[in-house]
Structure formats: structure tokens, C-alpha cells
Design a binder for this molecule. Structure first.
Ligand SMILES: *Cc1c(COP(=O)(O)O)cnc(C)c1O
Length: 462
């Protein structure tokens, strides 16, 4: 130790341990004091000393004590929420934060969050404005709806819609659509929370519009359609079309609320995928209110978006839950920038989610080949794989993809090593190989993957 703190190498390690005061004078501690408040450092040194005393390990010297205090302080202050590299091939990975954002979206969010903004200020009138106006025009233009409202996430959209439009009344829904979205979000539970009564009609696999018609009572408020986002029922199945529900509802003076989950503004079939319901289609079919997520296929910040008829949206705005579920300024700024990409016809180039959907297997294979030749390790090869959309969209649908496949005697150890990389890299294990899928990795991170792999493979060599 530079300042000459005792090294504790005596026959009795315990007695030779330096005091806290002595450790505080040490050169290595000065760097800690520059980074952390003094009492945190003192605390960490005390703990470090107490542990050394308890272990009676005579080799622990002053430097080791300070180093231990340093790792304890680092662990205590490091956030567990960190950027990661998603090499799973699941584009909207819920555990990895769903949609990455476009540069323009990020810039808009930073600009509004870094300082003050006209969040609730009308710059023309010079007085109070509404946060609910900022994205209204774009959403009307893009979806064809009369009005729009943005809340925190789509779970909030559904809760708000049911609470504002059906509390104390009945909501009619097909048994095939009483779904669990994930994370404990179950449609029957949300209905209960909203104060609306649930009327189930049809069967798990088949529900006809006549089933809805037969269930209507004077207490009925709305017909709810929920998109089966994350599962498929195949075989002997039938569900009433949105057109049929709209005709029935409007004949009976009721509303149709369509929860699309992801929803999309671009046609997914353009990319060789099945058709995911589009927001414009639901509005055109006459749904009174359509709910969808901001951070699924829309590719924007976390938000719940409600579009529909003007008086319905006005009713939602007046409901007290809207205040509790309102989005913040960064969300609204980011959503606006994301929606602009659609308006300008540049969504496929600018929005990361769509760029990943649109990438061809050939592109991905070229990238994978380059990395394989660069790494020149017999362990790393190119694999043909299938990527998925995830995030409760297009279940069972895949995109032909390419991955780095790493064969190693201890694949799970290798995967763990990559998860501990400076930017953790998350892959998946299949057939005793670690797969790093390139579809969900931005090309500019390819070199980072190569560096990490080089380090991880070298250190795992037997
Ligand atoms: C994902 C989803 C939700 C919840 O949306 P969040 O944005 O995750 O809150 C609600 N309904 C359906 C059908 C969904 O797929």
C-alpha cells in the first residue's frame, strides 16, 4: 500500500489488520472518496474489516480491504437496469424492454425531458393547454379516427375504456377472447377492476354473432373484442367478425371496443408474415374505440393509444382514471416523432422494429459470415434460424434468419459469460449450441459481439 498501511502478513492476521482511519489515509481510498460520499466509504471499509476479521484470513492486506470495499460500493450503486444486446431473435422481447426507439424519437424525448416544454401550455394563446392535444392530429390522420387519447400503456387503455364506458353495466365478450396477456393481465380481472359486469358468450373455439345477440340485456353497454395476441386456436374455430359486431351493436345502441393489443399501421403480410389486424381496418369497420400499444409493432415508447369516435374519446378524457394514467412529456414527444415516420412513409427505414422485420436472411447471413471469418474459430459457425416477433404479436409466425452458432463443451457457461460482458449479450441455447441471432442486433454492434466472443471463447478454452 502506497501510504504504508500494514500488510497484515504477521502470524496473527487478525491483529495485523489496519484501522478504519488508517485505511481512509490510503492512496487507493482517495479514489473512492472522490466517487462516493465519505460515510458510505467508511461504512464499506468497516464491513470489509469485519468480514476480514471473521474470516481470519491472514493474507488479507490493506489493499485487499480497500478493493473489497470498492466492489461492495460498486455493487451498491450500480443499477440493475442496464442496456443489453438482444441476440435472442425475438424482436419485441418483453423482458428486454420491447421496442428500441428511432434516433428521431430519442432526440425528441431528450429535447422535451431535458428542459421545460409546452406540455400543457398553448403557445398561441399564451395560457393553459392540454397534454392530450400533441399527438391527436397525427393519430387521426394515420388511423382515420375522429379523435385519440394516449395513456401509460395498453393495459391502461383497456381499463380506462371499460371503467368509463361500462362501469355498473355489462360487457359482452366471447369465451375465446377471455385471454391472459401476460404479467398477470387477464381480461376478466380487468373487467372486475373497471366495475363492469362480464357476460361470456360462445365457446372456447366457436362464437357466432348470434351468441352476442342472445346475451344482450338492458344492462349491456358494449361488445368487447380482444385480439388473441399471444396464442393461436386452430382447427374447428369461428369468431364473429368485427363488421358483424358493429352491425349488431349499433342496431342495439351499444358500443364496440376493439382491443388490438399490438395493432399495426403497416401491413405485416408485406414481410411474409400473417396479417396482423391494422388499426385503420378496425376504425374503417366502425369500431367505436380501438386500443393498441405504443411499444409493440408501432415501435415507439411505452404507451396505450385509444382512437375512436369523438364523443367517446371526450367521455374518456373526463374520467378521473385518465389523470392517474396520463403519459409523461417524454412519452408524448417520442410518440409524436415515431408517428411522423409513418406519415412520411419512412417507418421501414427509420423505426428499428420495422427495420428488423424487413431485414432479409441474405443480409443477416452476410453479416454472420463476416463475423465467422473474422473470429476464425472452429467453434463459431453460421446457422439458419427462425426469428419471431414476440411481444404478443403474430404467435407462431417466424422470419427466416441467420445466427452465429457457437458449439462449446459448456454452452451455458459461455452464455453466462456473455451476459456478464460490459454490455450484456443475451442469446439463446438450442441443440447444445449458443445462438446469437443477428436479426435483433443492430449491425453497428456486430464488432462488439465479435470482441465479446473472442474474449469469452479464449477464456473458456479447456
Ligand atoms: C399487449 C396487450 C395488452 C397490454 O398492452 P401493454 O402495452 O403491454 O400494457 C392488452 N391487450 C392485448 C390484446 C395485448 O396484446
Amino acid at each position: 500500500m502506497a501510504d504504508g498501511a500494514p500488510n497484515g502478513q504477521s502470524s496473527d492476521g487478525r491483529r495485523a489488520l489496519p484501522s478504519v482511519d488508517r485505511l481512509l489515509q490510503a492512496q487507493a481510498t482517495r479514489a473512492l472518496l472522490a466517487t462516493y460520499p465519505r460515510d458510505l466509504v467508511v461504512d464499506a471499509l468497516r464491513t470489509s474489516l469485519a468480514e476480514a476479521r471473521a474470516s481470519a484470513d491472514a493474507t488479507i492486506d490493506g489493499d485487499a480491504l480497500v478493493a473489497r470495499a470498492e466492489s461492495a460500493l460498486a455493487a451498491r450503486t450500480q443499477t440493475s437496469l442496464r442496456p443489453v444486446i438482444n441476440a435472442t431473435g425475438v424482436i419485441l422481447h418483453t423482458n428486454l424492454g420491447r421496442a428500441p426507439l428511432s434516433p428521431a424519437t430519442l432526440a425528441a424525448m431528450v429535447a422535451c425531458a431535458a428542459g421545460y416544454s409546452s406540455l400543457e401550455y398553448d403557445l398561441e394563446a399564451g395560457g393553459r393547454g392540454s397534454r392530450h392535444e400533441h399527438v391527436g392530429a397525427l393519430l387521426r390522420q394515420l388511423t382515420g379516427a375522429e379523435a385519440a387519447l394516449v395513456v401509460n400503456n395498453n393495459a391502461s387503455s383497456v381499463l380506462l375504456a371499460l371503467a368509463a364506458l361500462a362501469a355498473g353495466c355489462e360487457v359482452v365478450i366471447s369465451r375465446g377472447q377471455l385471454v391472459e396477456i401476460g404479467g398477470g393481465f387477464r381480461i376478466p380481472d380487468v373487467l372486475r377492476q373497471s366495475g363492469a359486469g362480464l357476460v361470456e358468450v360462445g365457446t372456447t373455439n366457436r362464437t357466432y354473432v348470434e351468441d352476442y345477440a342472445a346475451a344482450l340485456t338492458p344492462q349491456s353497454a358494449l361488445l368487447l373484442r380482444v385480439h388473441a395476441s399471444n396464442f393461436q386456436v386452430v382447427g374447428f374455430v369461428h369468431s364473429a367478425s368485427l363488421d358483424e359486431l358493429v352491425v349488431l351493436a349499433h342496431r342495439s345502441n351499444l358500443l364496440v371496443v376493439d382491443d388490438l393489443g399490438s395493432g399495426t399501421l403497416l401491413p405485416t403480410e408485406r414481410y411474409g408474415l400473417a396479417h396482423e389486424p391494422m388499426v385503420q381496418e378496425s376504425i374503417a369497420a366502425g369500431a367505436d374505440l380501438v386500443c393498441f400499444s405504443g411499444d409493440k409493432l408501432l415501435g415507439g415508447p411505452q404507451a396505450g393509444i385509444l382512437v375512436g369516435r369523438d364523443p367517446i374519446i371526450a367521455q374518456l378524457r373526463r374520467h378521473p382514471l385518465t389523470r392517474a394514467l396520463r403519459p409523461d412529456k417524454a412519452t408524448l414527444a417520442g410518440l409524436h416523432a415515431t408517428l411522423l415516420h409513418y406519415l412520411r412513409g419512412e417507418a421501414e427505414q427509420e423505426i428499428p422494429v420495422w427495420r428488423m422485420v424487413a431485414a432479409t436472411r441474405e443480409d443477416l447471413e452476410t453479416r454472420a459470415q463476416r463475423l465467422v471469418s473474422e473470429l476464425a474459430s472452429g467453434l463459431v459457425n453460421v446457422a439458419h434460424t427462425e426469428a419471431t416477433i414476440g411481444g404478443g404479436s403474430l404467435p407462431g409466425e417466424t422470419l427466416p434468419s441467420a445466427a452465429l452458432a457457437i458449439g462449446s463443451s459448456s454452452v451455458s457457461a459461455l452464455a453466462a459469460k456473455l451476459r456478464r460482458w460490459r454490455t450484456p449479450i443475451i442469446g439463446r441455447i438450442a441443440d447444445d449450441r449458443l445462438l446469437l441471432e443477428l436479426r435483433t442486433v443492430p449491425p453497428e454492434l456486430d464488432d462488439e459481439i465479435a470482441t465479446a466472443l473472442r474474449a469469452a471463447i479464449t477464456t473458456s478454452a479447456p
